[in-house]
Design a protein around this ligand. Structure first.
Ligand code: SPV
Ligand code: MG
Length: 433
């Protein structure tokens, strides 16, 4: 009996898969590699049913002899181990983002005399409607909200990018790059108070209120499915915070981060250049408790953000606060810094990991931007937030366009030098179903 290997990233089995499985079964005995959540997430998708369930579903199919867990996008490990005579796949990966995985699989197969067999991938209205429905389901409140907790369980370090509009949300949602023998995409969106305010031409002082912030969130949620972390500023007074977390939880936000400051909030990156007051440990702990008590689900997270390093109160104060906020029920700790070097953040991460080995740690390397994700993960960070980069890069592009139109008294130069075509704009926007 010849050996056949197939890899699956899906969590529902439809006739398109069954058609290919039936054809593959004619070639030999099928081993199915069931991709882990982490591998599936690399390609910007998020399974609705978990890995255990997917393993059961596939192992119960008539033509599947064996299932194995596939924990890399690359087939190298499993092909080297299993040495199948054939790898069977739909022909859709010849030209899509998985084409490099295909090329590597062909090389490995050729090295020992194996063969890649591709069958036409089934496209029909029923299946494309089903795919669309799955995408819609993935953005529904009850599916979207727990995604952050689920991702934290399967990935070492999550990366979040700022979104301030539907369009920037689409960039975070859809951008995928090929890196080494894998793919990379963002895990979710950060809705920054700085960027939400900047978009409205207002200062970052909690002036853009929650009603307005909810409008931004709604706009982004309408066209995306990834988990959202909201920058909740100071969270307001505990009595208001308790109501507001319920709203955020209900609409499907996954987490809110609140910072331990009181009075007129100024952006942290001003540091001690402007007057900013840190809340007492006791008050802020009460706010965390009030928020936690108000929640209805287990999957909405409240992260406590510590401003001690920003306000030059020292490492000891930062660590004490982290410990106390965790005791008050915070689901994670964000440590902020405005030093150019990541050393104080590294020190905090290392020291806090001695206090708690599992509470998620969040960092925002805006000023210490040369730090790499590998270094942050090594020191114990769980979430890295790129907090303002889409709006910061959009602004100079818009300014150059405005100047070019003024200088040339026409739009031709700006269109050619700084703009995408209208055709491209239309393609970015969702236009099916
Ligand atoms: C934000 O993005 O609004 C933040 C991070 O709170 S920072 O601007 O660095 O304070
Ligand atoms: Mg902010």
């Amino acid at each position: 009996m010849k050996k056949v290997f197939m890899s699956f990233a899906t969590d529902i089995v439809h006739s398109g898969h069954l058609n290919i499985i039936e054809k593959a079964a004619e070639l030999g005995e099928i081993t199915a590699g069931i991709q882990t959540d982490e591998v599936i997430a690399l390609n910007n998708r998020f399974p609705i049913v978990d890995l255990e369930e997917r393993l059961r579903i596939f192992s119960s199919l008539k033509h599947i002899a064996k299932v194995v867990v596939q924990d890399t996008l690359s087939y190298r490990k499993l092909l080297t181990e299993l040495k199948p005579d054939y790898v069977v796949h739909g022909d859709d990966w010849i030209n899509n983002e998985l084409s490099f995985v295909r090329r590597e699989a062909i090389e490995i197969l050729e090295s020992y005399g194996g063969k890649l067999v591709e069958f036409p991938y089934t496209y029909n209205n029923v299946l494309s409607h089903l795919n669309h429905q799955l995408k819609v389901a993935s953005g529904l409140t009850e599916v979207r909200r727990p995604k952050l907790k689920r991702l934290l369980k399967v990935k070492n370090l999550l990366s979040f990018l700022e979104a301030h509009s539907g369009l920037s949300g689409l960039i975070v949602e859809n951008t995928v790059v090929c890196k080494g023998d894998s793919l990379k995409s963002f895990d979710g969106m950060w809705i920054s108070s700085l960027c939400d305010s900047t978009m409205k031409g207002k200062p970052d002082i909690e002036l853009v209120d929650l009603t307005s912030r909810l409008g931004t969130i709604d706009e982004i949620m309408d066209v995306t499915t990834k988990p959202i972390i909201l920058d909740g500023d100071t969270g307001g007074i505990p009595e208001h915070f308790a109501y507001n977390v319920k709203t955020l939880e209900r609409i499907g936000v996954s987490a809110v981060i609140i910072e331990d400051k009181i009075g007129l909030k100024r952006n942290s990156l001003f540091g001690t250049e402007v007057a900013q007051t840190q809340d007492s440990i006791q008050n802020f702990s009460e706010k965390i408790k009030a928020g936690k008590k108000a929640l209805n689900s287990h999957d909405f997270m409240i992260f406590a953000r510590i401003e001690s390093l920003i306000l030059e109160k020292g490492m000891k104060d930062a660590l004490l606060r982290a410990e106390k906020y965790a005791e008050a029920g915070a689901d994670g700790i964000m440590i902020h810094s405005r030093r150019k070097s990541p050393d104080e953040v590294f020190e905090f991460l290392r020291s806090f990991r001695k206090i708690s080995s599992d509470i998620p740690l969040v960092v925002i390397p805006t000023v210490y931007s040369s730090v790499t994700e590998e270094e942050l993960a090594e020191h114990g960070a769980n979430i890295v937030i790129y907090a303002n980069h889409l709006i910061r890069s959009a602004y100079p592009a818009m300014l150059n366009t405005a100047k070019s139109i003024l200088i040339n008294s026409r739009a031709k130069e700006a269109s050619e030098d700084f703009c995408i075509s209208i055709k491209d704009v239309l393609e970015i926007l969702p236009n099916k179903e």
